[in-house]
Design a protein around this ligand. Structure first.
Ligand code: TRP
Length: 340
């Protein structure tokens, strides 16, 4: 099977842990919606198996999974067009992950910077699952023969590992079975940084809630967080060059541009020369007007969790039509005896 014969298919995943925030929306989910609109086959996954590589309270995990699903739906993921699933309900992900645990090398895993950053000096106390995390991610992608994976810059190394695993599997077994998946990296324009520190990505694991805008924050909270966002004393420049060395200013302009579907230059052409005391309330109004319809729809969806669970069940069924034959063929390649 030549590489050219892989039909384009997009896969991406988000962890259901903590609240859904603006960074997930502008950096990931909105791009997922755009890819869905191109007509290419798209599979989007709530990676609950990845979430438990660090401790998750069971009730919180279930709530976060449904909240994330509501976020996907409210932001425009159409479960008729995209396959929308939670990872644990498509067992072939975990089954292929085991095979990949036996393909990936210890040395490869030890080089993963995310693992090293997460565990710091406490590697001995990390779960084995956290170490194996990237092999499960490779399985998520390759169990669909996905050709393109939209991810943030921080996940690039994991997609490269996915290619290494695919190449070693193909080589060891003398097949051309798994594709060389391409990462589609988010641009700086869609990367949303912390409101407290323009050098750090907006993250659900940041202990300060003021560092992020949660999709379910009310209007007052959004306005307050933006008002208190870290900035510098200068006025906004008229061109993007003027944002160099001003990470916090750049972040707020990026957010404005993202929410308003504009380029940074377009925003600055209009806003250049304004002080933050003037710009921040405009940004707050824009954020509230764009996010309110999404959070209202999320609240409506979360009122009926049964409907969310039905959508996920039907997504899992559609997913398994793809994943079951790929796993069966993998087992056959590896030499696992099974029904003929
Ligand atoms: N590791 C990704 C993150 O933390 C989430 C993820 C899991 C993922 N499996 C994936 C992303 C497969 C893309 C493809 O952001």
């Amino acid at each position: 099977m030549a590489e050219a014969s892989f039909t384009p298919r997009v896969f991406s995943g988000i962890q259901p842990s903590g609240d859904l925030h603006l960074g997930n929306y502008l950096g990931a989910i909105r791009r997922f919606v755009e890819m869905q609109a191109t007509g290419v086959e798209t599979v989007y996954c709530m990676v609950d198996l990845h979430a438990i590589t660090v401790w998750q309270d069971p009730a919180d995990l279930a709530r976060s999974t449904r909240t994330l699903c509501a976020g996907f739906l409210a932001a425009g993921i159409d479960p008729e067009k995209s396959i929308l699933i939670n990872q644990s309900q498509v067992p072939e992900h975990a089954q292929l992950a085991w095979i990949f645990n036996c393909v990936a090398r210890m040395g490869w895993m030890q080089r993963m910077t995310q693992f090293k950053d997460k565990v710091g000096k406490n590697a001995q106390n990390a779960s084995l699952g956290l170490f194996a995390y990237p092999a499960l991610m490779a399985a998520d992608i390759l169990i669909y023969h996905a050709t393109h994976v939209p991810v943030g810059e921080d996940q690039k190394q994991h997609v490269e590992l996915t290619r290494d695993i695919a190449a070693k599997f193909n080589h060891d077994y003398g097949v051309e079975f798994f594709p060389m998946t391409k990462p589609v990296i988010e641009g700086a324009a869609t990367r949303v940084m912390s409101l407290r520190d323009g050098a750090k990505k907006m993250s659900k694991s940041d202990p300060s809630d003021a560092s992020r805008i949660n999709m379910m924050d009310d209007a007052g909270t959004i306005a307050k967080k933006i008002r208190r966002a870290k900035t510098d004393p200068d006025a906004l420049p008229s061109e993007a060059d003027g944002l160099e060395e001003r990470p916090e200013a750049r972040n707020l302009v990026n957010i404005y541009a993202g929410l308003n579907d504009q380029t940074v230059d377009q925003v600055l052409a209009e806003m250049g020369g304004r002080q933050f005391s003037e710009f921040k309330p405009m940004l707050a109004d824009l954020a509230v007007s764009k996010l309110a319809p999404i959070s209202t729809e999320m609240t409506r969806l979360l009122d009926d969790p049964g409907e969310i669970d039905r959508i996920l069940a039907s997504g899992a069924q559609r997913a398994r039509a793809i994943t079951a034959p790929i796993l069966a063929r993998t087992y056959e390649i590896v030499g696992m005896v099974g029904p003929v």
